[in-house]
Design a protein around this ligand. Structure first.
Ligand code: AMP
Ligand code: GLY
Length: 425
């Protein structure tokens, strides 16, 4: 099969790495890709959100199967566009991608189907939202309804902060159309974990759990980011927790989406808050996590391609995937300044040396080649990943590799997997 992966981050590098190893793949393209992806796929400089450009590329290159990485094109309907052009594409339709693209859609679905999640209300009116916040008190969580590049969630510690967030979003137009309405939620306490499950619209194939680190700096300090590191398995997400998550959250969602005429095909990213009472849904994403995908692909021992094909064609119930019992961990190297503004174009050295460490795999997130040089070309730039029999050893290997990378303009957290390591020591 000639396969096209849409996207150009660390998640897409991990997907391309796994897909390129499949005997089913005869030729792999990635658009736009990056300098690391170029080692396993032919990169074509077309943006992930340029739907017409991506469809034209797939037609020109006679692509048999498209795998879409990021959320924005999925929410905008890229899979519907490929399907209309007669090209098989993996990922949810625009209607199914509302699970990520509209927080009020998902909250209403949870309410109708008794899926455990934070209590909430949905508002378009500032005064009504403000009255609700004052009645509930703080802490409280304000969310722009639509996609806001990971910035649309404000965990407010005071009533005043929450009111200001609502005014910014509804009256100040801070997120444009994505902020035409807001969801205001109960603040949930507990430990977060992410779980992934493939779905063909009817059947679900559970993958594994992982834990991300959303804050920029050590000790979970600093601003929220797309994710500064991840590891899998996550001790809190054990077999019992997975069963409850499947029974109480994922399966009711699958049935509700099918009943509504928008069956979900693709991967559920189930963002969870776990406490003594069990798992509650924080959010759904309709794509693999970035950087969670990187650790999942490292642990996956089976061919990924038949599983992705089955999401589109059906029959996921006949498939089984094998996972390494080892731990995988990834450390994100980001440009200093991220998640705010940062310069592009600084040179990264030492990558070859770092990649030689046993069990290490380096995925590129935001890089660009300039002849033989590798330049930083984004906020999150590299995902230095490692496998080992314990999470402690995987972490030691990853940081050994990080320390061989010569890039003064970059930074990383030094405490990835602190929960798992702390629990064991
Ligand atoms: P989201 O974009 O929905 O993943 O939200 C970003 C982060 O905000 C989550 O990973 C949580 O850490 C936090 N968050 C979102 N909703 C809640 C909630 N209801 N209670 C506590 N924390 C939340
Ligand atoms: N790692 C968080 C996300 O992919 O949304």
């Amino acid at each position: 099969m000639r396969i096209l992966v849409v996207g150009g981050g660390g998640r897409e590098h991990a997907l391309c790495w796994a897909i390129s190893a499949s005997p089913l793949c005869t030729k792999l393209f990635c658009a736009p890709g990056n300098a690391g992806i170029a080692q396993v796929a032919e990169c074509i400089d077309i943006g992930a959100e340029d739907i017409a450009g991506q469809v034209a590329l797939a037609q020109r290159e006679k692509i048999d199967f498209v795998v879409v990485g990021p959320d924005a094109p999925l929410v905008a309907g890229i899979v519907d566009a490929f399907t209309a052009a007669g090209i098989k594409a993996w990922g949810p339709s625009k209607a199914a991608a509302r699970l990520e693209g509209s927080k009020s859609f998902t909250k209403a679905l949870c309410r109708e189907n008794n899926i455990p999640t934070a209590a909430y209300e949905h508002f378009t009116d500032v005064a009504k939202a403000e009255a609700y916040i004052r009645a509930q008190g703080a802490p409280i969580v304000v969310k722009a309804d639509g996609l806001a590049a990971g910035k649309g969630v404000i965990v407010a510690e005071t009533v005043e902060q929450a009111v200001e967030a609502v005014r910014d979003i509804l009256a100040g137009n801070r997120f444009g159309a994505a902020g035409a309405s807001v969801v205001i939620e109960e603040f949930m306490q507990g430990e977060e974990a992410s779980f992934f499950a493939l779905c063909d619209g009817e059947h679900v194939l559970p993958l594994v759990g992982a834990q991300d680190h959303k804050r920029a700096f050590d000790g979970d300090k600093g601003p929220n980011t797309g994710g500064m590191g991840a590891y899998s398995p996550a001790p809190i997400f054990d077999a019992g927790m997975q069963k409850r998550t499947m029974d109480e959250i994922v399966m009711p969602t699958v049935r509700a989406m099918a009943k509504a005429g928008s069956p979900f095909k693709g991967v559920f990213y189930v963002g969870l808050m776990i406490d003594q009472k069990g798992p509650r849904l924080v959010e759904y994403n309709c794509r693999f996590g970035d950087p969670e995908c990187q650790v999942l692909m490292m642990r996956l021992k089976s061919d990924l391609v038949p599983a992705l094909l089955a999401c589109v064609d059906g029959g996921l119930n006949h498939l089984d995937l094998r996972w390494s019992p080892e731990a995988a961990l990834t450390v994100i190297l980001a440009t200093k300044g991220y998640p705010d503004s940062y310069p592009k174009g600084s040179e990264i050295r030492g990558l070859n040396q770092a990649a030689k460490i046993e069990g290490v795999q380096i995925f590129h997130a935001g890089t660009k080649a300039d002849g033989n040089r590798i330049l930083a070309n984004g906020g999150r730039v590299l995902n230095v990943s490692a496998m080992a029999s314990t999470v402690e050893e995987a972490r030691a290997r990853a940081y050994r590799a990080v320390d061989l990378i010569d890039w003064p303009e970059g930074f990383c957290r030094r405490d990835i997997a602190w929960r798992a390591v702390g629990q064991r020591s």
